[in-house]
Design a binder for this molecule. Structure first.
Ligand code: AP5
Length: 229
């Protein structure tokens, strides 16, 4: 059965970390709108030039643009068997569009990761990513100068060696702006999904391994509801 999993939660909750691990374990792609946009900025494409300043301010790019990107990505053959969405939907308009895009696939499973604001700020200020592929590196990987577990481009990153940088939108001021925008624009998306039987909440204040287990249980329980429905 094709799986449509949406990871919800504020900046720094661990959506990307968990989405990548879950997708790898289940052999399905992660569709991260943040990664798609950052790659575009990195490559200097027309899309990248259009969104760079917006992202650096921590604001959201326009709904029409992002919905077009997701619609196109989800039409690719590798998404037929399922996918994990990370960073989309973030507005009520995007959530409505996702329902329309996935109408023929059955219900969407949504998991919200909950983490208090001060911990989010702490995590994002401490975050370092590979300058080339954008993969997150934990402190142990950085100390060992080894490739991140979720390296996106192993051959190239190995040949040039990992270089860790802060994301341009991870300064404290911009993180607080992103949290404000999250509360204003994305909380309504949680309300949109929370009444559905396939919505689950998990505690993000656990180790990444414990969150991974909680996510697996949440998806299994939501799939059970879906099969009965
Ligand atoms: P995006 O890249 O989606 O950023 P975000 O939602 O703000 O989320 P983050 O990537 O910052 O956090 P995360 O929850 O994925 O946490 P992570 O796993 O990395 O979007 C960036 C920008 O792109 C937006 O601001 C906007 O401009 C634009 N954009 C993207 N999508 C859009 C859309 N749909 N519409 C409009 N605009 C859009 O973890 C964070 C850190 O915590 C890491 O260092 C990690 O190692 C650590 N960590 C993870 N889990 C744990 C744990 N359990 N315990 C301790 N540390 C942990």
């Amino acid at each position: 059965m094709a799986l449509t999993l949406v990871m919800l939660g504020p900046p720094g909750a661990g959506k990307g970390t968990q989405a990548e691990r879950f997708a790898r374990e289940h052999g399905i792609p992660t569709v991260s709108t943040g990664d798609i946009l950052r790659e575009a900025v990195h490559s200097g494409s027309e899309l990248g030039r259009a969104v760079k300043a917006v992202m650096e301010r921590g604001e959201l790019v326009g709904d029409d643009l992002i919905i077009g990107i997701v619609r196109e990505r989800l039409s690719q053959p590798d998404a037929i068997a399922g996918f994990v969405l990370d960073g989309f939907p973030r507005t009520a308009t995007q959530a409505g569009a996702l329902d329309e895009i996935t109408a023929a696939r059955g219900p969407v499973i949504c998991v919200e990761i909950q983490v208090p604001d001060e911990e989010l700020v702490r995590r994002l200020r401490a975050r370092r990513v590979c300058e080339d592929c954008g993969a997150n590196a934990d402190a142990f990987e950085r100390q060992a100068d080894s490739l991140p577990e979720l390296c996106q481009n192993t051959d190239r990153c190995r040949s040039i060696g990992p270089k860790w940088v802060a994301r341009s939108d991870d300064s404290e001021a911009i993180v607080r702006e992103r949290l404000k925008i999250y509360r204003r624009d994305t909380r309504p998306v949680i309300d949109f999904y929370s009444a559905r039987p396939t919505f689950r909440r998990i505690d993000g204040m656990q180790t990444p391994e414990q969150v991974r287990e909680a996510l697996g249980s949440a998806v299994a329980s939501a799939l059970g509801v879906r099969r009965q429905g």
